[in-house]
Design a protein around this ligand. Structure first.
Ligand SMILES: [Zn+2]
Length: 384
């Protein structure tokens, strides 16, 4: 009997105060997450860690188990304060992909030490979680940076206009990354208003463009005098900075993949063999580099999502090549009137069962299309 497909779910934070952080859009409330867990339990899924999943596959036992894998990216503090206990309540486990730049120092915190539970897991907390066994820790690279990838200015940095460029201050204050969410006002002030924003992308697959100090100064001056409407003027400046060379880029990729692996291995005293590229940002050369570093599997970007995880795992184990595993993200963008546990349960069920191509999900998709088709003429009529 072939092994049933294995849904791998992508989570980030689980938090009661999602509005308190610019990253809240990534999260679920504890009640919503609990509804997901009750779905997995009710449908008989066994939620294991990624190394456990690998060991089951290596033992040839995939076909005998109904497995799911819950993964948590970035290494948020709420994974310790909220998620771990909830998983234990449901007899479930999962894997956290931690980014080393966000990992600070300090002791293991309890809820009272971190009102709102926002922040990142520190070294002691990563060690504590990994030893506790509920949440295994794997690698989400060193920096999680976003970088400029062209010399075309597309915007100006200006928190007063509701800037979403929360990643730009990370470049200037790398040491402050573990605590950047603790004081967002101070965080945004680290970069001067009017700093140019060039076209940007995920750091790992991209050759970085570095603006010169002189150009940044001109941009800041121009913005102070004319506001955001001087894009054409600033783009007319001839010499804006320089691109990193291919050799520099390769060195950076190697640093992102190996330094993080080595540091986690010495911190947790175990092999780190699984990788998640931040934001699904990688190309073929990055995947090859990851294989050379000794990673056994990585998470595929959502654009490459397709079913068939058991086959990819077994192919990887047999060939010794790195395996790309498909992940699902469950959306939270159901109408706000429906927010709550029930909507969370059904959206989780729909996402997972669509992935598994269940008959129920096909029926639900068909019904949704029918309802949409029936409503469309009414909506059109009302609009005229
Ligand atoms: Zn991430």
């Amino acid at each position: 009997m072939p092994a049933a497909d294995i849904p791998i779910i992508m989570y980030h934070c689980v938090n009661d105060q999602l509005d308190a952080s610019p990253l809240g859009f990534l999260g679920f409330t504890p009640n919503e997450f609990r509804a997901h867990l009750s779905y997995f339990r009710r449908r008989g899924f066994e939620c294991v860690t990624l190394p456990e999943l690998w060991a089951i596959a290596e033992a040839g036992d995939l076909a005998d188990r109904r497995l799911a894998l819950l993964t948590f990216d970035d290494g948020y503090l709420d994974n310790l304060l909220i998620v771990a206990e909830m998983l234990e309540e449901f007899g479930a486990k999962g894997t956290v992909f931690a980014t080393l730049d966000f990992v600070g120092s300090g002791g293991v915190r309890a809820g009272a030490d971190a009102p709102g539970a926002w922040g990142y897991l520190n070294e002691s907390e990563l060690r504590h979680l990994d030893q506790r066994g509920t949440l295994d820790i794997q690698c989400h690279t060193m920096t999680h940076d976003t970088v400029f990838v062209s010399d075309r200015v597309i915007d100006f940095y200006d928190p007063a206009r509701g800037s979403s460029y929360f990643w730009l201050p990370w470049h200037l204050d790398r040491a402050g990354k573990p605590s950047w969410m603790n004081d967002l006002t101070a965080h945004y002030q680290k970069v001067k208003r009017g700093h140019p924003i060039f076209e940007y992308d995920r750091a790992i697959p991209s050759r970085q463009f570095k603006p010169s100090d002189d150009f940044i100064g001109r941009s800041v001056d121009l913005f102070a005098r004319h506001g955001p409407d001087c894009l054409a003027e600033i783009n007319a400046v001839a010499d804006k900075g320089s691109f990193e060379t291919v050799a520099e880029w390769r060195k950076r990729v190697e640093y992102e993949l190996t330094e993080s692996k080595t540091r986690l291995e010495s911190l947790l005293d175990k092999p780190i063999e699984f990788l998640c590229f931040p934001g699904g940002g990688y190309n073929d050369e990055c995947v090859e580099a990851a294989e050379t570093c000794g990673y056994k599997a990585f998470m595929l970007a959502s654009r490459q999502r397709q079913s068939g995880n058991p086959k990819r795992i077994m192919d990887g184990i047999r060939s010794g090549r790195i395996a790309g595993l498909s992940r699902l993200s469950i959306t939270r963008d159901y109408p706000s009137a429906l927010r709550g546990e029930r909507a969370a349960y059904w959206s989780c069920r729909f996402a997972v069962e669509s992935y598994l191509k269940s008959r129920w999900a096909r029926w639900a998709t068909g019904m949704a299309k029918l309802v949409r088709g029936a409503l469309r003429p009414m909506v059109r009529r009302r609009g005229t």
